[in-house]
Design a protein around this ligand. Structure first.
Ligand code: GLU
Length: 294
């Protein structure tokens, strides 16, 4: 196998709080998928949005991954260290006339139906108190998921000239994630089903950059009994760093592994090695939403 054909996957948490069960599913699913193919599993900290971050969360997440036996390969990348690369790409697109400054407020966009209609595209506004948008030329309304097949994206959303740098100067998630996945040589993105819609925009960035796109595998999303995504905002409890085995077993079960056959062990590494051996994305449940706790 040549290097360029080998598998590189990643887990890319935002440090808005400690790992909870929902983020453990994304960590575990991406880990199993990478290791079952003898691949590398990278960790990237997506600290793009300081106001939404919790001090100490990055270090906390990394300590928890280690306690769970989820040992990453290579160096950790922090998006806060990558602003130069994001800005350089934006400058290139501005020069090429593909990106432009936009001063429309959310309220104005809401008033015209909720989707941005390209109002500022030909206005040649100076940059300042403005967002930067990308003139959408590669409208992606569907893509193939490795487990769930054809995923469709609402056309109006797919057509939008989306934001690559926010008005407050922060870089947009879609831009950062694609530039970083390319820079890190990622071959497959494995993440929660809440990120299906942005995938269309991300594929359009690969097209624009002329880079072959990665493969995508989405994982069922853990939702509360009321149907909300488990997140820090709805008080998803942090997983217990001292007790990795119960949470790991539960997460493996949610991802479709026959955990009742797993060895009784106190070692997360042993449990994970069993998981890697049994793993194939076909074991994932049919539904893209699972209730937690069941
Ligand atoms: N940082 C994103 C999150 O925590 C995940 C990004 C991705 O996997 O592409 O939701």
């Amino acid at each position: 196998m040549t290097l360029s054909q080998s598998y590189i996957g990643r887990f890319a948490p935002s440090p808005s709080g400690p790992l909870h069960f929902g983020s453990l599913l994304a960590a575990l699913g991406s880990y199993l998928q990478a290791k079952a193919q003898n691949g590398q599993w990278l960790v990237r900290i997506e600290d793009l949005d300081p106001p939404r971050e919790m001090p100490g969360a990055s270090a906390d997440i990394l300590r928890t991954l280690e306690a769970y036996g989820l040992h990453w390969d290579g160096e950790i990348i922090y998006q806060s260290q990558r602003h130069g690369a994001y800005q350089a790409q934006i400058e290139t697109w501005l020069k090429e006339g593909i990106a432009y400054a936009c001063q429309c407020s959310r309220k104005q966009i809401k008033e015209v139906g909720g989707y941005y209609p390209g109002t500022c595209r030909d206005r040649h506004l100076p940059q300042g108190d403005t967002a930067i948008r990308l003139h959408q030329q590669h409208v992606i309304t569907s893509f193939e998921d490795q487990r769930y097949g054809t995923m469709t994206i609402p056309e109006k959303l797919a057509q939008e000239d989306f934001i690559i740098r926010r008005r407050d100067g922060l870089y947009a998630y879609n831009l950062a994630v694609v530039l970083d996945d390319i820079a890190q040589g990622v071959t497959e993105v494995v993440r929660g089903a809440d990120l299906i819609e942005p995938t269309g925009r991300q594929i359009s960035l690969y097209r624009l950059l002329g880079v072959p796109e990665v493969k995508y595998l989405h994982l069922p999303l853990a939702v509360t009994q009321e149907g909300y995504k488990l997140s820090k905002q709805n008080q998803a409890p942090a997983i217990d760093r001292q007790q990795p085995i119960p949470a790991l077993r539960a997460a493996m079960g949610y991802l479709g592994l026959p955990v009742h056959e797993a060895p009784e062990t106190t070692s997360p590494e042993t449990l994970l090695a069993w998981g890697v051996e049994r793993w194939h994305s076909d074991v994932l449940p049919n539904r893209l939403e699972i209730t937690y706790p069941e």
